[in-house]
Design a protein around this ligand. Structure first.
Ligand code: FAD
Length: 527
């Protein structure tokens, strides 16, 4: 029997053959620590302390309220017993997203089906000041869906219907809990195109995409989520339900509440219905993988492509490690020569195959001027799918390879080579190895800092100074500290690099107007 104090005044007992996922996860972590540090670790309290502070596995401790059985009963009145969860496994399953290895236990998981149910829940939470964390699929990389104050975890997973496809006006109305790729595929069958395609599109929800203003490979030609959102139904923290705009392509009527909600990371309201603009589906595309001996040259080609008059529909950068790790993760025939340092994955799309052929040839001629190696032109749909799969799984491959921290930098695209060099120089100064990849056509570089041999002090201490230097460089280059992953919980300490006191005051006052009691995703974006 193992006893571990993990909440002040509370203890968990787990048998050596643990019964629940939660207990298994705890014991796995504990045994890893024991293996690493040997049987000299005597006191479970020390272990617990080590566990929570050093391994970033933190449990909800800072909640200013206690959830009483009366609250649970009130939630059950709204949702029925079936969709109110307080068992250990459920709490654990919703204690994390894809951000590093952070965990925070909520007190209860609620799964509403309608805006009216959410309204009822929020009225109760507002009355009793219960923290509420909205959640889509939990694929976020900045900790937005982490219930770090405990309280209610509100999952939108049951709100997953497409409500209306308006083929005449090229619009779709959907609920927030549909998987982005499922929505895209349904639309594709009707010859319609919703372009924003985060690499996580096979698992993330459209509601999460709205709340993060997500991008993805196609953003370079087609724009990000904000460019497609026409109107939103939102439940405010006070429980009021409202629409933000109108289902029109132009709207100059008052403040733009729709765009205020887009990218607000679940801090202003819970999105319950979404009206999106659609495009006709392009009929053809061509794809090529271009290797480079110099990663900086690969970055330099990016701006040159646009300067020469081309508009690719995908322009992705991957450093050698990124592609190599992803290729171990995905079955592939792609060979990476020893001297290759980076790749660009370049796609063009449109309706005229001849024009596309001219474009891809023009870009490949340009690439040779930047010292590229032998270009791989995808021969068929299968090879295209394989190359995209490799690119889309880089994030997972990096995660599987090592503990890491991901920084979502973005600069004007011509500054990419300077950014890449700067990141590597800062890495040398602070002793860390980074693997960079991202949506180069948007100037969006994901800097993945790999833990490797970094000591605890370096990883949780001095590394922060290194990250700050990266972000200061980003700002000097005219960029900002998140292109698409948001600020959430983990990047808020760097907001002062980008925003001054006036800007922060405005944001905080907007939050106060929407959420006077600070119940909705409090402590995300800023304190
Ligand atoms: C392998 C991998 C690849 C990725 N690639 C990309 C990429 O290419 N581009 C990109 O932009 N991102 C990418 N991401 C990040 C992530 O997938 C996106 O941020 C995505 O939009 C999150 O959606 P989600 O449904 O998982 O939201 P969650 O992680 O559940 O939530 C994200 C935020 O939205 C809020 N939220 C969720 N639903 C609602 C709602 N209905 N109303 C109000 N607030 C809500 C949450 O409170 C939280 O703050 C990637 C992540 C992974 C793991």
């Amino acid at each position: 029997m193992l006893r571990l104090n993990y909440l002040p005044g509370a203890a968990i007992e787990a048998s050596l053959i643990p019964a629940t996922t939660y207990q298994r996860a705890l014991l796995n972590k504990i045994s890893t620590i024991i293996c690493q540090y040997g049987p000299g670790v005597q006191h479970i309290a020390e272990l617990s302390d080590f566990y929570s502070t050093k391994h970033n596995l933190m449990m909800a401790t800072a909640s200013p309220f206690t959830l009483a059985s009366q609250h649970i009963d009130e939630f059950k009145k709204i949702l029925g017993d079936k969709y109110v969860f307080i068992d250990e496994d459920s709490l654990y399953n919703y204690s994390h997203d894809e951000t590093e290895d952070f965990h925070f236990l909520p007190d209860v998981v609620l799964k509403p089906r309608t805006a009216e149910e959410i309204s009822g829940i929020l009225k109760i939470c507002n009355q009793y000041r219960i923290p509420v964390t909205p959640r889509g699929a939990g694929t976020g990389l900045s900790g937005g869906a982490l219930p770090h104050l405990g309280g209610v975890l509100l999952s939108t997973e049951r709100m997953n219907r497409i409500l209306d496809v308006d083929e005449k006006n090229l619009q779709v109305t959907t609920e927030p809990g549909i998987i982005t790729e499922v929505l895209q595929m349904e639309l594709k069958e009707k010859g319609l195109f919703y372009p924003p395609d985060p690499s996580s599109r096979g698992s993330c929800f459209i509601g999460g995409n709205i709340s993060e203003n997500s991008g993805g490979p196609k953003a370079v030609k087609y724009g990000v989520v904000k460019d497609y959102v026409l109107n939103l139904e939102v439940v405010l923290p006070t429980g009021e339900i409202m629409w933000t705009g109108a289902n029109v392509l132009k709207n100059a009527t008052g403040y733009n509440l729709t765009q205020l909600i887009v990218g607000s990371e679940g801090t202003l309201g819970i999105v319950t219905k979404i009206v999106l603009k659609l495009l006709p589906l392009p009929k053809h595309d061509l794809l090529m993988l271009v290797p480079f001996r110099s990663a900086e040259n690969a970055c330099a080609l990016v701006a040159a492509i646009f300067h020469a008059g081309y508009m690719p529909s995908g322009l992705e950068f991957m450093e050698r490690d990124a592609l190599e790790w992803a290729s171990q993760f995905v079955e592939t025939s792609v060979k990476i020569d020893d001297d290759v340092q980076a790749h660009l994955l370049i796609e063009v799309d449109g309706n005229n195959p001849e024009v596309l052929m001219q474009e891809i040839e023009g870009i490949s001629v340009l690439a040779t001027e930047f010292g590229c190696g032998e270009i791989l032109f995808a021969e068929d749909e299968q090879q295209k799918a394989e190359l995209w799969k490799m690119r889309r799984r880089v994030g997972e491959a990096v995660k599987a390879h090592s503990i890491y921290k991901e920084e979502d930098t973005v600069v004007p695209r011509a500054e990419l080579p300077v950014l890449l060099k700067g990141v590597k120089d800062i890495g040398k100064k602070y002793g860390f190895h980074s693997v960079c990849y991202g949506h180069a056509g948007d100037g969006n570089l994901h800097v993945n800092i790999i833990r490797r041999d970094l000591t605890e002090e370096q990883w949780n201490g001095s590394l922060k100074e290194g990250i700050r230097e990266i972000f200061e460089l980003v700002k000097r280059l005219g960029g900002t500290i998140s292109g698409e992953h948001g600020i959430g919980l983990v990047q808020k300490e760097y907001m002062d690099i980008i925003f001054n006191d006036t800007q922060m005051r405005l944001m905080k006052e907007i939050k106060k107007i929407f959420d006077p009691n600070n119940i909705l995703n409090a402590g995300k974006i800023f304190d």
